[in-house]
Design a protein around this ligand. Structure first.
Ligand code: SF4
Length: 78
């Protein structure tokens, strides 16, 4: 497991299963609002970004966790 790729952050509570959402909890601890949806600084291009030596930050075949702080199906995440 290499890393986490969060293209955007924030989400909309849409079901009973969202009641104890860890992202909302962690945002509240950091005095943020989990309902604020925005692109992250690593952005959408992270999987193709390279290090200074020219190699990809994410190596071929590595597993990464994706979209840990949001949902792929948000209208705001177009
Ligand atoms: S991140 Fe998951 S649990 Fe949290 S509000 Fe979005 S869909 Fe619900």
């Amino acid at each position: 497991m290499h890393d986490i790729w969060n293209p955007w952050h924030g989400c909309v509570k849409c079901s009973e299963g969202c009641r104890h959402c860890y992202m909302y909890f962690l945002d509240s601890v950091r005095d943020r609002n989990g309902a604020d949806i925005y692109k992250t600084s690593s952005g959408f291009t992270y999987p193709v970004q390279k290090n200074r030596n020219g190699s990809y930050k994410i190596q071929n075949g590595e597993l990464i966790r994706v979209c840990m702080s949001s949902d792929f199906f948000l209208e705001e995440a177009d």
